[in-house]
Write a protein of this length. Structure first.
Length: 205
């Protein structure tokens, strides 16, 4: 008998939004209002942001926008000693594969589940960013379940200026916030702080 070939895994970047919805078996996203206190950025961060804006073009190209995303994520995650961010990390499930822009997991010398949050950086195409974010969250959840971690997974889509937050629950529901603007940086930092705090707590379960 001929040997059956394993199905080729689909790349995250190949997903359109309708295809991503079908992959996760959902037709709607649920509204999500993060109840978090705004956080005033530190003096260090404000100085760093000022330098980045003076030295780099932070508007035109995806790679340059990541400098801004790096700085904001660093400011928000610093107090959470159990968390660490990997950039460009490989991620896969039984059917999906690819590299994610940012992946948040436990602070170890190596990347291992539970994978608690992914951040997808897209220049201005939030629809494509969401498509990738959804399937990447599903892959994180699959990885976690292989090791017995059945927890909610978070996702973020951002172009540096706008930030939108997502949650994939263990029941398969997906929640979405409204778009946060860089003009209200304390609100973004507050939302990130809430998500990273929730992520850190999930590591203790």
């Amino acid at each position: 008998m001929p040997t059956a070939h394993p199905l080729k895994k689909q790349k995250f970047s190949s997903f359109t939004l309708p295809k991503a919805f079908k992959q996760l078996g959902v037709t709607q996203l649920q509204p999500w209002s993060i109840r978090a206190e705004a956080i005033v950025p530190s003096a260090f961060f404000q100085e760093r942001l000022s330098r980045l804006q003076r030295v780099f073009d932070l508007r035109s190209y995806e790679e340059s926008k990541k400098l801004l995303i790096d700085a904001i994520c660093e400011e928000a995650i610093l107090e959470f000693e159990r968390l660490k961010i990997w950039k460009g990390a490989a991620l896969e499930s039984d059917t999906l594969t690819g590299n994610v822009d940012y992946l948040v997991a436990e602070n170890k010398a190596y990347l291992e589940a539970p994978l608690v949050c992914i951040i997808e950086a897209k220049k201005d195409n939030f629809e494509q960013g969401l498509a990738q974010c959804l399937v990447e969250m599903q892959a994180c959840q699959w990885q976690n379940r292989q090791l017995g971690h059945d927890i909610d997974v978070f996702g973020i889509v951002t172009n540096g200026d706008g930030w939108q937050f997502y949650k994939l629950t263990t029941a398969g529901q997906i929640y979405e916030t409204l778009l946060y603007s860089l003009n209200d940086l304390p609100a973004i930092l507050g939302a990130l702080h809430f998500i990273f705090h929730t992520c850190e707590q999930s590591l203790l379960k």
